[in-house]
Write a protein that binds this ligand. Structure first.
Ligand code: CMC
Length: 427
């Protein structure tokens, strides 16, 4: 706690409130004393609310800083890899060589899903959205792994974390294969995490898999850049679900549902839909005007962020990765990608976007890379979910291993005051 105190005067009464200081970042005023005095705080959208204490990730939105365990995202993206970053999120420190090997092997040994799972897929329509299938099959893991559902047991929590990280690529690829009517591909455990994912996505049983290492590297970077982002909507959903004592598979399924929306992870799919709708560079001005029109609900997808008001540091790394992938694949002249680049340039120079500090976010560039890699648009948000899984599970585990209470927000009630029931014939 800090030496500072905050006081709130209301109706001639002064309430002293505790102030907490973090390692870095703004001090936090504890408002729990308000309840006993007949007040709640009101903060729609949680714009000024710290919902928990956490040691995992730090964001400074004004300076464009993102740290995992204190390490800047740019350094992790350059020198680390996805599974090492997963370890960092889960255990709070970078692994040494032996710890890393053990962790990678553990993940490798859990990539296969229970064979019964394949029949579960058959209950879905082939044209179901992959995120609809993912919400179902990830939640269904809790029906398959009864041996790791005691959330008070540290070892159970750990094995559930490993299972989720290991099985998400398998389930994601099965989802894709199911929607296109191809047989599921078994994981190949000699491949790296990202190679294995591309093998299960694009391989087929008739031919040996041939994964392009440049694309696997780009895929790994996409996963890493999505791995965690402190208390965003889906992570807060996972924490809230977890605070009831629900099992981790159910909680992550809740996170996937929250991620699906176009204001959150669904934006990467929406970016490509928008670029397709624009269709030609000559129509960009029309769409920029629509985005600026207060009476039009249209927004430029892939622009703006609740926290980043300078730039999104993930977007910077992602843009560089996008350039590398486009060059590798010789796609610099792809018409849709040309529209994206022109749109980015126009928006960055437009007063409306400059005044509101609306910059391209991570989803703007990730959509471009994913399209270049050949991932179908409807799978984009699934890729985000896969990448975010270690963040969700790390936050869930941090909460469960500390002291926590069920998350139960209150409200500002504006409905009718007490009134007497009116019998049907008198209404
Ligand atoms: N296009 C046009 N105008 C925008 C946009 C946009 N993409 N985003 C925000 N604005 C305007 C908004 O109309 C408002 O203008 P005014 O002050 O004149 O009323 C101002 O900017 C502030 O917007 P807000 O809605 O109060 O901001 P927010 O923090 O509640 O919303 C956001 C953040 C990310 C939901 C929003 O910027 C948005 O809808 N962006 C498009 C969707 C998107 O790309 N989402 C991915 C976010 S990054 C990955 C992730 O976190 O999942």
């Amino acid at each position: 706690m800090s030496d500072k105190k905050a006081s709130l005067s209301i109706d001639g009464k002064t309430l002293d409130l505790k102030v907490h200081s973090g390692t870095i970042g703004p001090d936090v005023i504890e408002v729990s004393a308000l309840t006993g005095n007949g007040y709640f705080t009101y903060d729609p959208g949680f714009v000024s609310t710290a919902a928990c204490e956490s040691k995992i990730t730090y964001i400074d939105g004004d300076k464009g800083i993102l740290l995992h365990g204190g390490y800047p995202i740019e350094q992790l993206a350059e020198h680390s890899d996805y599974l090492e970053t997963c370890y960092l999120l889960l255990y709070g420190a970078l692994p040494n060589a032996a710890e890393k090997e053990k962790f990678v092997n553990k993940v490798r040994m859990h990539t296969m899903v229970n064979d019964q799972m394949s029949t579960f897929f058959k209950g879905f329509r082939r044209d179901a959205h992959p995120m609809a299938i993912m919400c179902g099959v990830v939640g269904a893991l809790s029906a398959f792994y009864h041996d790791s559902l005691d959330i008070t047991d540290e070892k159970h929590r750990e094995i559930s974390a490993i299972r989720l990280i290991a099985k998400m690529p398998t389930l994601a690829a099965m989802t894709y294969k199911y929607t296109i009517g191809q047989p599921f591909m078994y994981p190949q455990n000699h491949l790296s995490y990202s190679e294995n994912f591309l093998h299960m996505m694009f391989g087929n049983p008739c031919e040996p898999s041939n994964v392009n290492p440049v694309l696997a590297k780009a895929m790994d970077k996409i996963f890493l850049l999505h791995a965690d982002h402190e208390q965003n909507a889906s992570t807060s959903t996972v924490r809230l679900a977890g605070s009831t004592g629900a099992n981790p598979f159910a909680c992550i399924s809740a996170g996937i549902a929250a991620l699906w929306g176009p204001s959150h992870g669904g934006a990467n799919e929406a970016v490509l839909d928008m670029l397709n709708e624009i269709g030609d560079a000559s129509r960009i001005d029309e769409y920029v005007a629509k985005a600026k029109d207060k009476d039009d609900p249209f927004r430029l997808m892939g622009f703006g962020h609740r926290v980043y008001k300078n730039f999104d540091p993930r977007a910077k790394v992602m843009k560089q990765a996008a350039d590398e992938v486009l060059a590798e694949l010789g796609l610099e002249d792809d018409p849709l990608l040309k529209i994206a680049k022109r749109l980015e340039q126009i928006a960055l120079e437009d007063e409306y976007f400059i005044d509101r500090k609306l910059y391209p976010n991570v989803d703007f560039y990730s959509g471009i890379i994913l399209k270049a890699i050949g991932i179908p648009t409807s799978m984009f948000t699934v890729i985000f979910a896969l990448g975010r899984t270690p963040g969700w599970i790390a936050h869930w585990n941090e909460m469960i291993s500390g002291s926590y209470r069920i998350g139960r927000p209150r409200q500002l009630y504006t409905g009718p005051a007490t009134r007497d029931f009116v019998p049907l014939d008198k209404r």
